[in-house]
Write a protein that binds this ligand. Structure first.
Ligand code: HEC
Length: 234
């Protein structure tokens, strides 16, 4: 390449970069979740997502997901941690499900477990997805607990609302976060505030998060916004 064409190329690159920075700085880009991506942006993000997940998830081993005990073990945790976004049998919608963009998929309807790669789902649940509302759950949930929830999701397709609720009630929350006794119990109310404050309470008291008594009594001072101070009942 001649020196002049290199200069032209460099000049062009600088212009593009400055232009991009200019748009970013100007505030013209609408970051609102309600402003949907252009088709091409969505496609690009989809490719980034697919490639990243399959590259990262390859090494994970998949256990037997049709195991009834596993399906049962996952139900209460799914209900407490996932249903408010991904819904469950008997839930028509939720504020989080509607408000987030990208919208959380209704997993039990939309995922076809015979076609899905379970180890990719495991990776997603453990690590979350950047720039979406999908959190990483791996900090407080073991790999086994994540498999349990995947098994539950797979079995939910054929469940009635009653069957789902019975399964949730029969299981116990096993995830490490405390303060779960009031989480996800009533699908039809928006109790996100309550959940957020619960999580704060649990974070501030990690050393005692297995102790329900301390959870209830000890948090008021350290976490003034914990659910102890709210006037709703469970
Ligand atoms: C605050 C809302 C929220 C919560 C709570 C949440 N998710 Fe998600 N989840 C999302 C969103 C948003 C996406 C879609 C991300 C995207 O489009 O790339 C997602 C994506 C997923 C996917 C990928 C679906 C696919 O089509 O590949 C799985 C699996 C998943 N979530 C499982 C879970 C599980 C299990 C839980 C509970 C432990 C959970 N999520 C809790 C918001 C949430």
């Amino acid at each position: 390449m001649k020196l002049t064409s290199i200069k032209v190329l460099l000049g062009f690159i600088i212009l593009v970069v400055l232009g991009g920075l200019g748009v970013a700085w100007s505030g013209l880009y609408n970051i609102a979740a309600t402003d949907k991506h252009w088709g091409i942006t969505s496609e690009f993000l989809e490719i980034v997502r697919e490639r990243s997940i399959s590259a990262n998830a390859e090494k994970i081993k998949v256990p037997d997901l049709s195991d009834k005990a596993r399906i049962k073990r996952g139900a209460a945790n799914y209900d407490a941690m996932c249903a408010q976004c991904h819904l469950a049998p008997g839930m028509k919608t939720s504020e989080l499900h509607e408000g987030l963009y990208p919208q959380p998929p209704v997993l039990y309807k939309e995922l076809d477990m015979s076609k899905e790669e379970p180890h990719e789902l495991h990776w997603i649940i453990k690590n979350g997805i950047k720039l979406t509302g999908m959190p990483a759950w791996g900090n407080y949930n073991s790999d086994e607990q994540i498999w349990d929830m995947i098994a539950t999701i797979g079995a939910m397709k054929d469940m009635t609302e009653e069957e789902y609720k019975a399964l949730v009630a029969a299981g116990e929350h096993t995830h490490a976060m405390g303060g779960h006794e009031n989480m996800g119990m009533d699908h039809h109310t928006n109790d996100q505030q309550e959940k957020t404050s619960d999580h704060h309470a649990a974070e501030e008291g990690q050393s005692s998060h297995h102790n329900a008594e301390e959870e209830k009594s000890g948090k008021q001072e350290s976490a003034p916004h914990s659910h102890g101070g709210k006037d709703h009942h469970h």
